[in-house]
Write a protein that binds this ligand. Structure first.
Ligand code: NDP
Length: 483
């Protein structure tokens, strides 16, 4: 990624080369036993103090996010609220999710006590995107830290100040060595982190970069979580509350100027209500304010080259017969793009097969909900999805048929605001999970431990077993299995 952006107003940051990355990883490794030794309670105390500090100085963080991404104050504020909520959850639940748990040892091994524990991996490398420079990395960072790991974080080259602010504020409340270290630079720094001696990499960014990250991690068999891009779809059934669906669709599609991984890019609405839905969405979209103004609903497109991607998707759709319902060429006043609504877009055009990552919403009509499900699933991506219907049980049934990591019924992106829910996708959207219990386990290694409580009645695992041992064992197994 080039350092040229529409919004970044900071000086270029020092680049951490491979030696600096290795040094950060070595320092993080040296600090890890101390951090792990604090136990769940000690780490919770530190992470809670960090959260309180973040909230006390929230305006600083909001200003930094805005300076580096150009997003609106409310979008930045929402991000900080999510940071606090996810941090609280990870700190509060790590002990319950990862701590020692007894499991039944079964009749044959009755003399053993059996436990499962989730131990820290060591050092986790986190590579983050620029679009939610605080909220997105705090997912894996909070889980990794709560699990007892130390972290080396490579923020996007566009948002280093947010990354540093997070590490600096944590260092203020942790009395000990730094447990969250930041390395800065472009993709080369990220690649160096993948090749460094880390125990796992958590990557969030585009699917194309995710492939490169996975290839680099493969060299050392370093496990990796990939949170890639998306092409989220919404299904609108005939009995849906159309006002609510239109309002939610628009917000999911164009807030943060459409630069959201779980942003809505496609709507499949059944024919009976399609025209009304389109009218409602378009009227709302036309009223939004875009540009460099204090009351703006849509800020800039951060990467200038993304504007060309958005334009090419719109032009391709139009050239192939799509109808422009709102906006068009006149929507582009770089670095701003006003909302664009398209309909009748051929399913194989790039506006429907590739991530647009801009304020463009495609609303296509389908004959039935079944057709909507088929079309929603016919994507290489599988991150989030939403369903609008008057019948919640039908909504759940439709959700179950969608090939997506996360689905909201009668809401959009609700899953991202619930820290107990795992976040992640399938297919080109990646694999592995952040947030929730799965997110905590992602940054731990599972260990099974048995401990003998008393000598067994029969001991088959010994050369000292006598001739009667197997006979007794077979009798026990027959009794156990009812034969
Ligand atoms: P990129 O893929 O361009 O970059 C993501 C991160 O990877 C950045 O820190 C980047 O550094 C770094 N990077 C670039 N090249 C390499 C490499 N070869 N090895 C290791 N790291 C590398 O994504 P964006 O920052 O542009 O973010 C937008 C994308 O992220 C969208 O596709 C969006 O959908 C996706 N995303 C996914 C989310 C999810 O949870 N699934 C959440 C948020 C965004 P640098 O920026 O310095 O080049």
């Amino acid at each position: 990624m080039t350092a040229e952006t529409s919004a970044a107003r900071h000086e270029p940051d020092a680049t951490s080369g491979p030696a600096a990355v290795d040094a950060a990883v070595a320092e993080a490794r040296a600090a890890q036993p101390w951090w792990d030794g604090l136990g769940f309670a000690g780490r919770k105390k530190a992470l809670d103090a960090w959260r309180v500090l973040i909230l006390r100085r929230a305006e600083e963080l909001i200003d930094l996010i805005r300076a580096e991404t150009g997003k609106t104050a409310d979008d930045a504020r929402l991000e900080v609220i999510l940071v606090a909520d996810h941090l609280r959850w990870a700190a509060a639940h790590a002990g319950r999710v990862l701590g020692r748990r007894r499991v039944p040892s079964g009749l044959l091994m009755f003399n053993q006590s059996a436990t499962v524990e989730h131990r820290a991996l060591g050092v986790v490398g986190v590579i983050g995107p620029w679009n939610y420079p605080a909220f997105i990395p705090v997912g894996p960072v909070s889980a990794a830290l709560a699990a007892g790991n130390t972290v080396v974080f490579k923020p996007s080259e566009l948002t280093p100040a947010v990354g540093r602010w997070l590490a600096d504020t944590l260092a203020e409340v942790v009395r000990g060595p730094a447990v969250l270290r930041v390395v800065t630079g472009d993709g080369d720094t990220g690649a160096a982190l993948c090749r460094a001696a880390v125990d796992k990499v958590s990557f969030t960014g585009s699917s194309a970069t995710g492939r490169r990250v996975m290839a680099a991690c493969a060299e050392n068999l370093t496990p990796v979580v990939i949170e890639g891009g998306g092409k989220d779809a919404m299904i609108v059934a005939a009995d849906a509350d159309l006002d609510a669906a239109a309002d939610a669709a628009l917000w999911a599609a164009v807030s943060n100027a459409g630069q959201t991984c779980v942003g809505l890019e496609r709507v499949y609405v059944v024919a009976e209500v399609a025209e009304r839905f389109l009218r409602l969405v378009t009227a709302r979209a036309a009223a939004l304010r875009t540009g460099d103004r204090p009351d703006a609903d849509l800020g800039p497109i951060v990467l200038p080259r993304q504007i060309e991607v958005i334009k090419s998707h719109v032009r391709d759709a139009v050239a192939r017969g799509a109808r422009v319902v709102l906006g068009g060429e006149e929507s582009f006043t770089p670095p701003y793009v006003a909302p664009i609504v398209l309909t009748d877009v051929p399913e194989d055009s790039v506006a429907l097969t590739e991530e647009t990552f801009g304020p463009v919403l495609v609303v296509n009509t389908v004959a039935t909900v079944d057709e909507a499900v088929d079309r929603a699933n016919a994507s290489a991506y599988g991150l989030g999805a939403s369903v609008y219907t008057g019948d919640r049980s039908q909504g759940r049934r439709i959700a179950g048929r969608l090939r997506a990591g996360m689905v909201s019924v009668n809401a959009v992106i609700a899953f991202a605001g619930i820290p107990a829910l795992p976040f992640g996708g399938v297919g080109d959207s990646g694999f592995g999970r952040v947030h929730g219990p799965d997110g905590l386990r992602e940054f731990s290694r599972t260990q099974a431990v048995t401990s003998q409580r008393f000598r067994p009645l029969v001991q088959p695992n010994s050369f000292a077993r006598g001739p009667g041992t197997m006979r007794t064992l077979v009798r026990m197994v027959r009794a156990l299995h009812g034969r």
